[in-house]
Design a protein. Structure first.
Length: 88
C-alpha cells in the first residue's frame, strides 16, 4: 500500500466525520489480503419515529489493485454527495 492510498483512506474518514449528522462508514480491514470492506450508512432516516441506519453502499477495495485509488475517490464522493442530497 502506498502513501497516496493512506491519504485517501484518511480523506474517507474525514468525509465521514464531517458528514456525521447524515452519513457514517464502517471499515473492516484484512491486512493479509490487502483489502478493506467499507459499509456506508444513512442514519438520518427514521423508522416509527426512531433513528434508523440504512445501508446505502457496501464496497470491497483491494488495496493492491491498480484502481484502488479511484475506488476510494468514488467512496469519498459518494459520502459527500449523499450528504448534499439528504441535506437539501
Amino acid at each position: 500500500m502506498n502513501t497516496a492510498l493512506i491519504h485517501k483512506l484518511a480523506e474517507l474518514l474525514l468525509a465521514s466525520f464531517q458528514q456525521h449528522d447524515r452519513v457514517s462508514i464502517s471499515i473492516n480491514t484484512y491486512p493479509r489480503n490487502q483489502m478493506i470492506d467499507v459499509v456506508t450508512y444513512d442514519h438520518a432516516t427514521t423508522h416509527e419515529g426512531k433513528p434508523d441506519a440504512n445501508v446505502i453502499d457496501m464496497s470491497t477495495v483491494l488495496l493492491n489493485s491498480p484502481d484502488a485509488e479511484s475506488q476510494l475517490n468514488k467512496l469519498i464522493a459518494d459520502v459527500n454527495t449523499h450528504h448534499s442530497v439528504t441535506a437539501a
